[in-house]
Design a protein around this ligand. Structure first.
Ligand code: UDP
Ligand code: MG
Length: 241
C-alpha cells in the first residue's frame, strides 16, 4: 500500500484566459519568481475560456516545464465569472489568489495580499493608479460609486481581479454570470471579513481588452440590482431551540 500522504498545495492561483497568447509566457515567468519566493506549495490553474488564438498551445508548452500548472479548457467562451467559478471549484489550496492573464496585475503584489489573509477572509486589490484609458477610468469610477451607493458597500475597486481568499470562503460563493464584480459583497454575505490593499496596475501591452462601456455598464447595473436583492433577502435566522 502506498502510504505517502497526498500533499495538497497551500496556494492556488486562478487565471482566466481569453485570447491572451502573447501575455502568458511573460506572465508565468513573473509569477513563478514570486511563487518561488513564498516557499509554499503552489498550483496555478489557467482556465482557457474558449480562446481562438494560440493560448492553449502556449499553456500546454508551459505545463511541460512546470508540473504545478493545471489547465481547464472550456468548450466555448463563457465569460470571466464562469472561468473563476471553474477555477475556484478545482482549487486544492487553502488560499486562492485570482488574477488576470493580461499582465495588468502585478504578481509581485501577491505577498502583500497573503500577509492579510488570516486576519481577513478576502483581500481585494485596489488599483490606486489605473493604467487604462481615460474613458475606462471614469466609467469605472462612476460604476464603483453607484455600486457602493445602492449596495451599501464601501469598496474602492471591485473590478480588480487581483484578490486573495481563504478557500473555504471562496468556495461558498454561489456565482452567476457577471457576479465576479461582486466578490467582496458575496464573501461578506457568507460572513467573511474583507479588506482592500493598494496594488500596482500596468497598461495592457499585448492583446485586446474584452470589455467596453456598452457591454460592461448596462449588464453590471442589472447584476447590481440582483446583488442588492440578494443582500436584502439573505437568510439571517438563528435557531433558538
Ligand atoms: N477574460 C476571460 N473571458 C472573457 C473575458 C475576459 O477569461 O470572456 C479574461 C481575460 O483574458 C483577462 C481577464 O479576463 O485575463 C480580464 O479581461 P480584460 O483584461 O479584458 O478586462 P479588464 O482588464 O478590462 O477588466
Ligand atoms: Mg485587463
Amino acid at each position: 500500500m502506498d502510504t505517502h500522504a497526498i500533499r495538497l498545495p497551500f496556494l492556488s492561483v486562478i487565471i482566466p484566459v481569453f485570447n491572451e497568447e502573447e501575455n502568458l509566457k511573460p506572465l508565468f515567468t513573473e509569477l513563478v519568481d514570486v511563487l518561488n519566493s513564498l516557499n509554499k506549495t503552489c498550483e496555478v490553474i489557467f482556465i482557457d475560456d474558449g480562446s481562438k488564438d494560440g493560448s492553449l498551445a502556449v499553456l500546454k508548452d508551459l505545463q511541460k516545464t512546470f508540473s504545478g500548472i493545471r489547465i481547464i479548457k472550456f468548450k466555448k467562451n463563457c465569460g470571466q465569472t464562469s472561468a473563476f467559478d471553474a477555477g475556484i471549484k478545482a482549487a486544492q489550496g487553502e488560499v486562492i489568489v485570482t488574477m488576470d492573464a493580461d499582465l495588468q496585475n502585478d504578481p509581485r503584489d501577491i505577498p502583500k495580499l497573503l500577509e492579510k489573509i488570516g486576519d481577513f477572509d478576502a483581500v481585494c486589490g485596489w488599483r490606486q493608479k489605473r493604467n487604462d484609458s481615460f474613458i475606462r477610468r471614469i466609467s469605472s469610477r462612476i460604476a464603483n460609486a453607484v455600486r457602493n451607493k445602492l449596495s451599501g458597500e464601501s469598496i474602492k475597486d471591485v473590478g480588480c481581479s487581483l484578490k486573495a481568499f481563504r478557500s473555504v470562503y471562496a468556495k461558498k460563493m454561489k456565482l452567476y454570470t457577471g457576479l465576479h464584480r461582486f466578490f467582496p459583497t458575496l464573501i461578506k454575505m457568507e460572513g467573511g471579513r474583507v479588506t482592500e490593499v493598494a496594488v500596482n496596475h500596468r497598461p495592457r501591452k499585448y492583446g485586446a481588452p474584452k470589455y467596453n462601456i456598452r457591454n460592461r455598464m448596462v449588464r453590471s447595473f442589472i447584476d447590481l440590482l440582483a446583488v442588492c436583492w440578494m443582500k436584502k433577502r439573505i437568510l439571517t435566522y438563528e435557531i433558538e431551540e
